[in-house]
Write a protein that binds this ligand. Structure first.
Ligand code: DMJ
Length: 641
């Protein structure tokens, strides 16, 4: 039966303009009338009570607020201060030839330090996934709002709604800030929280589908095994510490204590296991002081040593850490130059911490040999070195990309780690950077972007790997440590190029390799070949943005990083947890997931995002730490001699 519709009425009182002011006046007059109606005694009593109340309030406020502050920050603050001031590391080596560092003068006990208070004060509810509202798969792509708080919709429909209020609510309000300052601080906190949220999302996927395994396959909700050593978990340890994700860190630490064993009949790649696992453990030890990590690092380090038992002392690429045997790849007796020259920071630190020189002696010998080796071109090295002869092979090809990249990075970083005393390292680095300038730099057309190409038997190729984008950061780090100022100029120009490698793609994400156009008639600067269109969630550009921002304080670098983070969220985030590598950065409708989250996404990419957005130069100070090539901070040895 059709019901007669009932009419609802809403009563509205429409106030005229000015009525608010009139109302205030009326209230003021009425209060005054009531006050005058009180007797003199009543009025005196009221005033006296008011006075007492004010004095009491003033006396208790500071101690109360101190008390609350102390309560909320106690554990973290104490430990972070302790950590910041702790410089009691032992003597560095004096030259990479023979002098060895002494073990730390102060052996650390197994007590646990808390993560930095400065992050914790921004930390909100444990379950960051509350920030997320994820839509069903297949939602149409929408544009991300680069800086606002609008939702960002990913290609599989995941939405991030950044909850600005809830982030700012947990902020300590020590003293009122000017509006501009407050807005800036709010922006910083929101961005830091967005990175923590991304980390939690990645971690959720890893926890749900790949716990204890090497890599998450987020689309198939499964895992991939490379070494079978919980690679992602170990790579992510210090990231969690730095972000103040205490709960996640603790659960990972329990896994390390109970489940991680290197007593396994497995082949591992010397370089990869060194930079990711050994580096991750050493860094976690240095940050936390927990001896668990050092014990594990010692165990792995000693199991990797058979790699150096070669006729030339140039290590083999692979080691069986259970059997204690090592070998080159099946098809060659060569090792990769970047691999044998990018394990030094970690092995040297292991010697310093354990007091056992064998690790440092082995890796210094590699550097000594490579330093003297013929076949370089103005300091640029070939990509392969033979483990029998100790000589470079496949000569005549020079790149700053795959297979050579971190050789250059570690020349500078070893020099910094050792207190800037090992002059041969510095010489090699400076000469190589001159070699880059003379042989590998060109400008693209039409924008005139400075890029680093490759040299093959005298022929220049305008090919640049995304991996080369570590270079702006390394150049900037060198300039910060007193190397020529033109290194910083070049760093800035290359940084712009690496950013353009993102901006000029449809997804705003860089491909693995680009080719620059140099002809004046070119309409675009960058070409991408079909086989090079993938993005593996690599860190190099974000890493360099971090260094450039630290040293210049130019906010544009943060802004660029923020745009890149939005695009990772748009195109690589998987709603059920985790992020995935993609096949095609040129297709925003179907970037085609590869179903793999590399461990360096948590170990490096997200860590560098966090450090980029932080305005705290003391958060992993570059005067105290040097990052290994997997973003694990290792201490710069104190200058004791
Ligand atoms: C990482 O494992 C390291 O940064 C390495 O030096 C290069 N490749 C990946 C990241 O792209």
């Amino acid at each position: 039966m059709h019901q007669t519709s009932r009419k609802d009425f809403i009563s509205l009182t429409v106030t005229e303009t000015g009525s608010y002011t009139n109302g205030k006046q009326w209230r003021r007059q009425s209060c005054w009338r009531k006050w005058k109606q009180l007797s003199r005694l009543q009025r005196s009593l009221c005033l006296f009570a008011l006075l007492l109340f004010s004095i009491g309030g003033l006396a208790t406020y500071p101690s109360l607020s101190e008390h609350w502050k102390a309560l909320s920050n106690k554990a973290f603050t104490e430990n972070w201060e302790d950590l910041k001031q702790k410089d009691a590391f032992a003597d560095p080596q004096r030259s990479f030839r023979h002098v060895l560092p002494e073990p730390p003068s102060e052996k650390k006990s197994s007590h646990k330090r808390g993560p930095p208070a400065l992050q914790n004060r921004f930390q909100r509810k444990e379950n960051g996934s509350e920030l997320l509202s994820e839509q069903k798969q297949g939602t149409e792509l929408k544009n991300a709002d680069a800086d606002g708080g609008k939702p960002v919709v990913s290609w599989r429909g995941a939405v991030i709604e950044r909850d600005q209020d809830s982030v700012s609510n947990v902020k300590e309000k020590e003293k009122p800030l000017a509006p501009v300052e407050a807005a800036e601080q709010n922006l910083v906190e929101n961005r830091l929280e967005a990175v923590r949220e991304a980390f939690r999302h990645a971690w959720k996927g890893y926890k749900d589908f790949a716990w204890g395994h090497d890599e998450l396959k987020p689309i198939s909700k499964s895992y991939g095994e490379w070494f079978g050593l919980g690679l992602t978990l170990i790579d992510a340890l210090d990231t969690m510490w730095i972000m103040g994700l205490k709960k996640e860190f603790e659960e990972a630490k329990i896994w390390v204590a109970k489940e991680l064993s290197f007593n396994k009949n497995i082949d591992v790649n010397l370089f990869e296991s060194t930079i990711r696992i050994l580096g991750g453990l050493l860094s976690s030890y240095n940050l936390t002081g927990d001896s668990l990590f050092l014990e594990k690092a010692k165990d792995l380090g000693s199991r990797l040593m058979p790699a150096f038992n070669t006729p030339s002392k140039i290590p083999y690429s692979d080691v069986n850490i259970g059997k204690g045997t090592a070998h080159p790849p099946r098809w060659t007796s060569d090792s990769t130059v970047a691999e044998v020259t990018s394990i030094q920071l970690e092995f040297r630190e292991l010697s310093r911490l354990t007091g056992d020189p064998q690790y440092q002696l082995a890796v210094n010998e590699v550097m000594r040999k490579v330093h003297k080796l013929g076949g370089k071109h103005e300091g640029l090295v070939p990509m392969f070195i033979n483990t029998n002869s100790g000589l470079f092979t496949h000569q005549g090809v020079y790149t700053l990309g795959a297979r050579a990249d971190s050789y250059y990075e570690y020349l500078l970083k070893q020099w910094i780690q050792g207190g800037k005393k090992e002059t041969e390292l510095l010489e090699d680095y400076l000469q190589a950077m001159e070699g880059v300038k003379n042989n590998l730099l060109k400008k693209s057309s039409p924008l005139g972007l400075t890029f680093v190409g490759e040299l093959s038997h005298g022929q220049f190729s305008p090919k640049m790997d995304h991996l080369v984008c570590f270079l702006p950061g390394t150049l900037a780090l060198g300039a910060y440590n007193g190397l020529p100022a033109d290194h910083m100029d070049l760093a800035k120009r290359l940084m712009e190029t690496c950013y353009q490698m993102y901006v000029q793609m449809d997804t705003g994400l860089s491909p693995e390799i680009v080719h620059f156009n140099t002809h004046v008639s070119s309409v675009k600067d960058v070409d991408v070949k079909p086989a090079d269109r993938h993005n593996l969630l690599r860190p190099e550009t974000v890493e360099s943005l971090f260094y450039l921002y630290r040293f210049t304080k130019d906010k544009k670098y943060q802004q660029w990083g923020w745009e890149i983070l939005q695009n990772f969220n748009k195109y690589t985030r998987v709603p059920s947890g985790g992020y995935t590598s993609i096949n095609n950065v040129c297709d925003r409708d179907y970037p085609s997931p590869r179903d793999k989250m590399e461990s360096f996404f948590l170990g490096e990419t997200l860590k560098y995002f966090y450090l980029l957005f932080s305005d705290e130069p003391g958060l992993i100070s570059l005067d105290k730490y040097v990052f290994n090539t997997e973003a694990h901070p290792l201490p710069i040895w104190p200058n004791t001699q």
